[in-house]
Write a protein that binds this ligand. Sequence first.
Ligand SMILES: C[S@@+](CC[C@H](N)C(=O)[O-])C[C@H]1O[C@@H](n2cnc3c(N)ncnc32)[C@H](O)[C@@H]1O
Length: 326
Amino acid sequence: MTPTPPPPAELSAERLNTVYQGDCRDLFALLPDNSVDLVLTDPPYKDYQSNRPVAHEKVTAISMATFDLEGFIHESERVLKPGSHFYCWCDHLSFPAIFEAIQARTRNVSARQAATRLKYKNCLIWVKNNHGSGDLAGNYAPQHELVIYASKGRTRPLLSGRRPSNVFFERDDQGRISFYSKVSNYRFQHGTSKPLAILERMIEASAKHGEIVLDPYGGSLSTAEAAMRRGCRYIMGELDADHCRRGVERLEQVRDELLAEGYRPEVLDGPRYHVLQAAPPPQERHHSLNAQERRRLEEARAAKASRASDNPEPAPTFLPDFLKGE
Ligand SMILES: C[S@@+](CC[C@H](N)C(=O)[O-])C[C@H]1O[C@@H](n2cnc3c(N)ncnc32)[C@H](O)[C@@H]1O
């Protein structure tokens, strides 16, 4: 017998079309179970420390220490509505760890539990129209990035009519194929902005108009722009205050442009901006939460403790150091 999925939860209006500046673990704590329609994100999967100039500044160094892979997978799964889709950008080095963290969710569990867990579906590929530098010593030049595509339990169908290819490309009237270019670091003053056209294609395939897209590692906030352009609402997290400030200014401009074009104003409400409290020690933090948030925190701790006792093995040895979490 197919288990009945839990009812979706309503998110309060002030959470929607909001950019949360701070650690996304604190953003997840604000979101109820089964409340978002799509997770589309791009966590800090490699060392972005770079000296490349960005509009006469340096690209901001991103601390790998803030990426808690297991917590991110678990929280994404919790907040997604049943059947909803999950996209996570990665590369060939981070793919194995993220894939394994997802596979582990449905290993040795009952059908009832599997219906509430992330299930790996496919690997999507962005072929760039020019390659990066990477390891120059006797190596092939890197010219692609990957996206892990998964769903929570039984997958709802893709919305983009025909069955899309897992490689992103465009074909013109003469049948000629072209790929999507990299986004210049100068464009949004961010080192790893993803092409808007690809983000829009993923949203178009996985969220209906008015539905809610969550990107906890928002960067330049391109996912929010793509969501607006596809008639969806968004919830964004981003640690860096400068990225948030520039991103919010950009979303205001996009909103005005779309309103002038006659888009539905209720979907374009915002952007709102909210600074998350830096996570204080657990005891103090406990007191500043409301009853519902405190209950969720306690449940999350109990789930973490039960995961640790169910699965005492150490992290797989192939995991690169920067992905081993805290
Ligand atoms: C790969 S970038 C995302 C780029 C984004 N997809 C875009 O198109 O601009 C990852 C982002 O995650 C942010 N980040 C890192 N740790 C974080 C955390 N714990 N909570 C929220 N954001 C975080 C970094 O500041 C960085 O901007």
